[in-house]
Write a protein of this length. Sequence first.
Length: 170
Amino acid sequence: MNVFLILTGCGFEPLYAPSSNFQENSSQSILSKIRINLITDRKGQLLRNHLISLMTPLGQPKKPLYVLDVTVTESSLALGILKDATFSKSQMTYTADFKLKDATTGKILMKKASYVTSDYNIITNSEFATVISAQSAKDRSMIQLAQQIARELATFFFEEKSNNSEELAS
């Protein structure tokens, strides 16, 4: 309990937790004003769905202040090479390049990239198990990417708010 009081005194603000005093400039309030554009292919759909559930759980904003564009790329690496020249593990790296733009001017406010690496086992006698293992790794990766992007955006807005407060104070 004492730790919570110390954290609230220093300006600690949970990223995803709704507060009883939902302020207009709280992280969740600002994130909910971002329209998340469509992302191509299946992994992009998964990522977008996770971003929506994290940032705009009540639905996309009707009049967004910001627009988020994301592209996802995938690369793979064979690991665990066996004596018969097959491999027993695959490593996937997913990279999300994202841009936050002002909805009215189109000006790019932030441009970053996040990446996640995950691996899965190749089961030589069961192609179905390998496919399920790969899909599970992809799903976990898209969740992690969505969390990273949401944190980056919340940090950006927090820093902007801090910079604006410092400018007003001087």
